[in-house]
Design a protein around this ligand. Sequence first.
Ligand SMILES: *[C@@H]1O[C@H](CO)[C@@H](O)[C@H](O)[C@H]1NC(C)=O
Length: 167
Amino acid sequence: MTRIVLLFVLLSLNYHSHADLIADTCKKSEYPDLCNSTLRSDPRSAKVDATGLARIMLEAALTKASTTFNQAKKLLSKTTEPVLKECLTLCTDNYKLIIEEIPKAIQNVGSDNSEAIHQADLALTDVDTCESIFSEEPNKRKSPLTANNNVVQHLVAIAEDILASLG
Ligand SMILES: *[C@@H]1O[C@H](CO)[C@@H](O)[C@H](O)[C@H]1NC(C)=O
């Protein structure tokens, strides 16, 4: 009887420590709400350590990057306007790199966290280059990719925050 009670206490402590891990991890990140909603929407988050959370965050970033890559390709196929075409070509080229850099980051999570951060940094720079090309004078225009670019950037930044806390 005592053993069963003890087991129950240990299981519930374990459950609470996982719940707290997500809360603690996200509280310390740059975008706590996006961090929380992203991790809680993936059932694996409840069972992994901080290293696992970093991996899940990068996988979410990769999914969003693929969506954005497809969005850019689709817009490019529909545009004939030369400047916009140039901008979207740069973005599709950059997203081709980003969807290679994020998997490289994922591969290094847990074994070489500073390399994972380095690859994530490359991806952040490439997203930034895509977004800022639209504000270049004299053909400044509204970027059609802002919303998705922002989400990709925020998810990668959160992953970097988690990776940095792992040391
Ligand atoms: C985290 O997300 C869950 C479910 O999406 C929500 O119930 C909870 O209030 C959120 N926590 C914080 C600290 O935002």
